[in-house]
Ligand binder design. Structure first.
Ligand SMILES: *[C@@H]1O[C@H](CO)[C@@H](O)[C@H](O)[C@H]1NC(C)=O
Ligand SMILES: *[C@@H]1O[C@H](CO)[C@@H](O)[C@H](O)[C@H]1NC(C)=O
Ligand SMILES: *[C@@H]1O[C@H](CO)[C@@H](O)[C@H](O)[C@H]1NC(C)=O
Ligand SMILES: *[C@@H]1O[C@H](CO)[C@@H](O)[C@H](O)[C@H]1NC(C)=O
Ligand SMILES: *[C@@H]1O[C@H](CO)[C@@H](O)[C@H](O)[C@H]1NC(C)=O
Ligand SMILES: *[C@@H]1O[C@H](CO)[C@@H](O)[C@H](O)[C@H]1NC(C)=O
Ligand SMILES: *[C@@H]1O[C@H](CO)[C@@H](O)[C@H](O)[C@H]1NC(C)=O
Ligand SMILES: *[C@@H]1O[C@H](CO)[C@@H](O)[C@H](O)[C@H]1NC(C)=O
Ligand SMILES: *[C@@H]1O[C@H](CO)[C@@H](O)[C@H](O)[C@H]1NC(C)=O
Ligand SMILES: *[C@@H]1O[C@H](CO)[C@@H](O)[C@H](O)[C@H]1NC(C)=O
Length: 839
């Protein structure tokens, strides 16, 4: 045994060695899209790997110590469109470093401590649209050599050491520039001619956040038109803020953003007068974020914002919105994460969009009057709604979009009277009360989207979705249905294309549930308790493309129904189901194999049953195993059939078989009797007085089996006949008379005897005809008639001579096959015969 310390002693150097020596063909870059996208992030590269093909369009070389970009560094990649050189420790960029990159649209240089930037560093780059030069130790825009980049749309020089806001002359060349990010620099003062080059531009968005601005010269922005201006965390007091805002006078801006950042709060006490200067600006959209100490009384606060069309207030300690000016023209108001005391009851006739979300403090909804409101988002406030929903609640009849998701209890009491224009309705993750007690949506014939997911709704009422004739999307995930059975609640939803029924504890689908959903394209039934993939219920969904039945308890499906599966399906998710891979579901398993191209993760589907196949992949299921099993089954079935037939035959021909057995048991010569006599009981007198006397008492004596005498009492008569009669007798004497023919019993005995004769070749039947019989009577017993003509056939005569001849012939017939007695009585017999004959 090697001691552990010695093992470690050899292993650690070995591992260190392996870590340094890279194996042959070591590939430093990840090929994200072959020939197009390569990612070589943090590979300790000193130069661009030669393995990258020249067709590459996107190249990420970030976090490699490239240090230095020589001219023509990238000429090998003329197709390059996106080049990321973030944090490559680049200190020097030579002239023509990006030469040949005629298609480059995005260049990222973030985090390089550039000290030497050659004047021709960005030469060419005829199509560059976005240049990210964040944190590159840039101290001035003046000597940044980008004046020729006419296609530039976005320039980000945030996080540098720029002190001057004066935009250099070359900006007049950048006619396409839309976005300039100067945030987190060192700009303190803004002067009148700083924006001189922008005077004929109208669509530039400027971000000056996080600059320690102390002074803006009034008029600096006069007659300037901007797409956007962002000034967050720029001022270290309300006073500075107020002064600077006044300095913005004359600016015409699409979107003005003021405020601070969550972690960058400079203004300690906010004074509403700070915004007074906004009256001299033209603003379309106003945003304010992260201001502490919002004034208790908002009176006058918004007086310079009455002409703004959209206002967004986020993360403010805004207690109330009372006292808004009467002439306010806002069309859109967004209040997010504000600390309101209660739900603000607004009365803004101009308002069309109202977003009031994620606000702490508002616990219950209060009615308001917003006549022209079309879009209302009240989500994520944890509020309760006592009576939902009607025109009087929101004071509008124009509402098209209503989002009440992620709230508390919403009691449905009115069926959207006056809100017939609604197109979008969202209740998800709120608790809906009484939603399944009446047709709450009856009047919403224009509704396109309804989300009721996770609303604790138990669907019991069939008319719950009545009236939603235009509905395209219905989300019901996380609810439940009465008896866990999906019933016909979707009858009106003929335009539905998307239906989510996941996590609804469903077990069955009632027949006809989907019959009207002829346009449905997406159906999610995952996370339910279905045991069967119910193909027939999906059959009407002829437009269905995506079906998710994952996370159920599906073991199989009816094999013969699979042909009815919706034919336009492109995706079927059956993952996480306990498939039964028994042969009885062979056709289903085969179907899975055939449909693998539309099945999600088909290769990972596993069997859960039978136990010996658990964990086996469904795709590896082999039909051959079942063929063998089939053969086994067929053999079993056939054997059972054969056994049954045999049993039946045995039953049917019991007597015959017994005879067969008897024949074997009583071999030749062991016969106890010479003849078994079959006769009708009516002829018993003749048998006793004539037959028995003559044969048993004559010489040699014959032993006769007579059922009146030899049958064992108590044993069933048929068994007696067989065992005692036929088995033990060599011959059969049939006494044929009118009585015999008419008696069924005798016929039965005779039939048995016939079989016996068939089985035993030596045996013969001797017929004794007692009276002259009419031929017609005989012909009724066709078989008997035939046998009479074929076998020994003796007629009993009334005269003595005839009787003598009769006995002689009968004895002769009986002698046939009789074993000779040891005393050698054959001659004596003959003699005796002769004597009898002579007497
Ligand atoms: C990548 O480029 C090489 C050489 O130009 C070519 O042979 C190969 O087919 C390309 N691969 C793909 C996926 O386009
Ligand atoms: C920034 O560049 C200047 C020269 O322009 C240099 O002296 C200074 O060290 C650089 N700073 C960093 C952090 O590289
Ligand atoms: C503006 O573009 C023209 C033509 O491309 C060029 O001659 C001029 O030097 C550019 N101006 C600056 C300041 O770079
Ligand atoms: C103005 O700039 C924005 C981006 O800031 C852009 O989306 C919009 O298309 C531009 N409008 C015009 C007219 O150039
Ligand atoms: C605000 O900034 C000015 C100038 O940068 C500075 O003189 C003053 O001390 C700062 N005030 C506070 C409260 O930080
Ligand atoms: C608006 O600007 C004018 C001068 O342009 C100035 O007299 C006035 O005080 C300004 N108003 C506000 C509210 O700043
Ligand atoms: C709002 O617009 C009206 C007319 O369009 C104008 O008279 C009024 O001064 C404007 N108010 C502000 C604060 O800009
Ligand atoms: C259903 O959708 C079709 C096509 O999108 C549309 O033409 C039809 O008007 C819709 N039916 C209803 C009742 O909205
Ligand atoms: C179906 O719903 C489940 C859970 O609600 C979700 O995880 C899954 O992504 C959905 N399926 C599809 C295809 O969107
Ligand atoms: C089923 O597969 C689809 C397609 O890959 C996927 O979007 C969906 O999330 C899957 N369902 C679940 C419940 O994971």
């Amino acid at each position: 045994m090697t001691p552990p310390w010695r093992l470690a002693g050899t292993l650690i150097p070995a591992m260190a060695f392996l870590a340094c020596v890279r194996p042959e063909g070591w590939e430093p870059c990840v090929e994200v899209v072959p020939n197009i996208t390569y990612e070589c992030m943090e590979r300790n590269l000193y130069k661009i790997p030669s393995s990258i093909p020249s067709s590459a369009k996107n190249l990420d070389l970030s976090f490699n110590p490239l240090m230095f970009l020589a001219s023509h560094s990238f000429s090998r990649f003329p197709e390059l469109q996106v080049l990321d050189l973030s944090r490559c420790e680049i200190q020097t960029i030579e002239d023509d470093a990006y030469w040949g990159l005629n298609y480059l649209s995005t260049l990222i240089l973030t985090g390089n401590p550039i000290q030497n930037l050659a004047p021709g560093a960005f030469s060419e780059l005829f199509r560059l649209q976005k240049l990210v030069a964040v944190e590159i130790n840039l101290s001035s825009l003046e000597d940044f050599p980008i004046g020729h980049l006419r296609t530039l749309k976005e320039l980000n020089v945030a996080h540098n050491f720029i002190h001057s806001f004066k935009l250099p002359e070359y900006f007049s060349n950048l006619t396409n520039l839309e976005y300039l990010d100067l945030s987190n620099n060192k700009i303190q003062n803004i002067h009148c001619d700083d924006l001189y080059v922008l005077h004929d531009k109208s669509n530039l968005s400027l971000d000056l956040s996080l600059n320690p601005i102390a002074f803006i010269q009034p008029g600096a922005f006069n007659k300037v038109k901007l797409g956007g201006l962002t000034l967050r965390s720029n001022f270290n007091s309300t006073h500075v803020m107020k002064q600077c805002i006044q300095g913005l006078a004359g600016l015409e801006v699409q979107q003005l953003v003021l405020g601070e950042f969550k972690n960058e709060r400079c203004v300690e006490e906010f004074d509403k007068s700070a915004l007074e200067g906004l009256c001299n600006l033209t603003i379309a959209e106003f945003r304010l974020a992260f201001l502490d100490d919002f004034p208790e009384d908002t009176n006058g606060f918004f007086k310079c914002l009455v002409n703004v069309s959209a206002v967004s207030l986020a993360n403010l300690y805004l207690n109330s919105l009372e006292g808004l000016p009467r002439d306010i023209k806002w069309q859109s108001l967004k209040l997010v994460k504000s600390k309101v005391n209660q739900f603000p009851t607004l009365a803004l006739p101009s308002l069309k969009r109202y977003i009031f979300t994620t606000n702490r403090g508002a616990t219950s909804f209060a009615e308001f009057e917003l006549k022209n409101l079309e879009f209302l988002d009240l989500s994520r406030n944890g509020m309760s709604f006592k009576s939902c929903c009607s025109q009087s609640v929101f004071g509008t009849t124009s509402l098209k979009y209503l989002d009440l998701s992620f709230n508390d209890v919403i009691t449905m009491s009115v069926n959207f009277i006056g809100l017939e224009l609604l197109e979008h309705l969202d209740f998800q993750h709120s608790t809906l009360k009484q939603a399944s007690q009446f047709s709450a949506f009856l009047s919403l014939s224009k509704l396109l989207y309804l989300d009721m997911s996770y609303t604790h709704t138990q669907v019991a009422f069939h008319g719950i979705f009545s009236g939603l004739v235009s509905l395209q999307v219905l989300k019901m995930a996380g609810n439940s249905f009465k008896d866990n059975s999906l019933s016909a609640v979707f009858t009106d939803l003929t335009n539905l294309t998307f239906l989510d029924l996941s996590k609804c504890q469903l077990e069955h689908v009632s027949p006809g549930v989907f019959d009207t959903l002829l346009r449905l394209q997406f159906l999610n039934m995952s996370h339910n308790n279905f045991v069967l993939l119910d193909v027939l219920s999906f059959n009407p969904l002829q437009a269905l493309q995506i079906l998710d039945c994952s996370f159920n308890k599906i073991e199989s499906s009816e094999g013969q129904e699979l042909q009815y599966f919706p034919s336009h399906l492109t995706t079927l998710n059956l993952t996480q189901n306990p498939f039964d891979c028994s042969c009885k579901y062979q056709s289903f398993l085969q179907w899975i194999k055939d449909q693998r191209q539309l099945l999600v993760e088909a290769k990972q589907l596993e069997c859960a049953m039978p136990p010996d196949m658990r964990g086996m992949l469904v795709l590896s299921f082999r039909n051959a195993t079942c063929q063998i099993n089939k053969i086994v089954i067929i053999v079993t079935v056939v054997s059972v059939l054969v056994v049954s037939v045999i049993a039946f035959l045995v039953y049917k021909f019991y007597f015959h078989l017994m005879l067969l057995a008897g024949c074997k048991k009583y071999g030749r010569g062991e016969n106890t009797y010479d003849a078994f006599v079959i006769y009708s009981s009516q002829d018993e007198d003749w048998v006793r007085n004539e037959l028995v006397k003559n044969l048993e008492e004559g010489v040699p004596p014959f032993r006769l089996c007579l059922h009146y005498r030899d049958f064992i009492p108590g044993v069933a008569i048929a068994a007696n006949i067989i065992q005692e009669g036929f088995h033990k007798s060599r011959k059969v004497i049939v006494v044929v008379s009118r009585h015999f023919i008419q008696s069924r019993w005798c016929v039965f005995e005779y039939e048995i005897a016939q079989t016996w004769q068939f089985l035993s070749s030596h045996a013969g039947i001797i017929f004794i005809v007692l009276q002259k019989l009419e031929k017609s009577l005989l012909r009724q017993q066709v078989e008997l008639y035939r046998l009479l003509s074929r076998n020994t056939y003796l007629e009993w005569e009334d005269n003595i001579l005839g009787q003598h001849i009769f006995w002689r012939r009968l004895r002769k017939a009986l002698m046939d096959g009789k074993p000779r007695s040891p005393e050698g009585t054959a001659d004596a017999e003959n003699n005796q015969q002769e004597t009898t004959a002579l007497t």
